[in-house]
Design a protein around this ligand. Sequence first.
Ligand code: GLU
Length: 511
Amino acid sequence: MERKVRVRFAPSPTGPLHIGGVRTALYNYLFARHHGGDFILRIEDTDSQRFVPGAEQYIIDSLKWCGIEVDEGIEQGGPHAPYRQSERKEIYLKYALQLVESGNAYYAFDTPEELNALREKAEKSGNTFAYNAKIREQLNTSLRLSPEEVKARIERGDQWVIRFKMPENEEVHMHDLIRGDVTINTSTLDDKVLYKSADSLPTYHLANIVDDHLMEISHVIRGEEWLPSLPLHYLLYRAFGWSDTQPEFAHLPLLLKPTGQGKLSKRDGDKMGFPVFPLEWKSPETGEITHGYREDGYFPEAFINMLALLGWNPGTEQEIFSMDELIANFSLEKVGKSGARFSPDKAKWFNAQYMHHRNDEELGALFLPIIHAHGGKACIFLATKIASFIKTRATFVSDFWGLSYFIFNAPTEYEQKTVDKYWKGDNPGYVAQVRELLAGIGDFTKENTEKTVLGWITDNGLPMGQVMNAFRVAVIGVGKGPDMFDICEVIGKEETLRRIDRAMEVLNKQS
Ligand code: GLU
């Protein structure tokens, strides 16, 4: 029987979720939905030293903003609750002891000072210290000490850890759904700590394997940085006797800096002025605020679309995908092996595409408070109307004011270079005639003004660009902007005529 697809996103709440993490969550989600499976959010908070307050909520809020729906998790609950590892504490010791029992793990009593001394000694002779088969028998471990001694040490409260006993010189054959077959010799690996008595907590490796097993995870889709841990994870599954049901693995390629050299970091974002986090983040320690896509005015759909294509390619030229289309088209086979270069310009491009097709009412509602903040007078209908004809010129809603301020404020001055270029020759006379034509229109709609003015220009064989640009500078004071007839309609007949009259007065005096 085909196994039910169950995937998990398993972040550690050590700070704000990087966009690389959001992409991991997204790919898991797309994979789950594509296969009619479950998407689980598990919080891996067993490293108490790296715990950052607020980070867990940030993860939850980020997924919500992105439209990534969690089926089982700390908010939703589910058959394998709790989904926060710190609340599953008592589960793990049993499994660690099971490995000691079966000879796959052992107790180690080394103090931090002893380990430091070993590290220093190795460094002095130009080596790096590794806790492995070469050394484990000489140290204070249950491999060397008698069972009575081990028992006595535990009972008197000595601190201990449980380490995995890495097999010696064995080839581990692994399969990754993106990278194919991978083989590693265990001699290159050390004996990782699985459990610590100091805080009665498992380490990432143990908790991760135990929970993936108990939560019946079918596929582990995670960042490439976890690939070096894969042999240990394979061996842990084997040691527990769970190899038959172990999940399949897929390690996603790195997100690279815009230059293509090296991993995308927060510092790149700071330097080049683009966010590397989905939402704004305020550091609980320093109060420092870090930019987020949401606050910078990105639409979640555009952000998700951009992220989906950073590492996955649909195999066609199509670039714009709704979440449903991503779900329908997503497959791990089309995720590349090599790093995906992040492009801030492309991120903006995606937002502009979504902007151009955005619903006018929604944009109007976002624009209205901006108009008011600038002291402009408008109602929702006007804001919506303006949004409808400026949105194709904008990337963000924050661009709207710059594209339409002249609707709210009649020009007090006129852009000199445009005046020099167009307010000359016959053009002021043509504008005077346009004024008369407009004055004669009763129903001052865009349709009517456009038909009348353009018809008159064409019928008389006048230079279209010259007349229209002179008309434009008279009404809005600058040489660029949205369609003049859209502008005339929203400012109304009276205001249009008033502006032309004033421009005639000021500009004709100038020239
Ligand atoms: N807690 C790990 C992280 O923060 C999860 C890695 C995994 O998915 O196995 O990335």
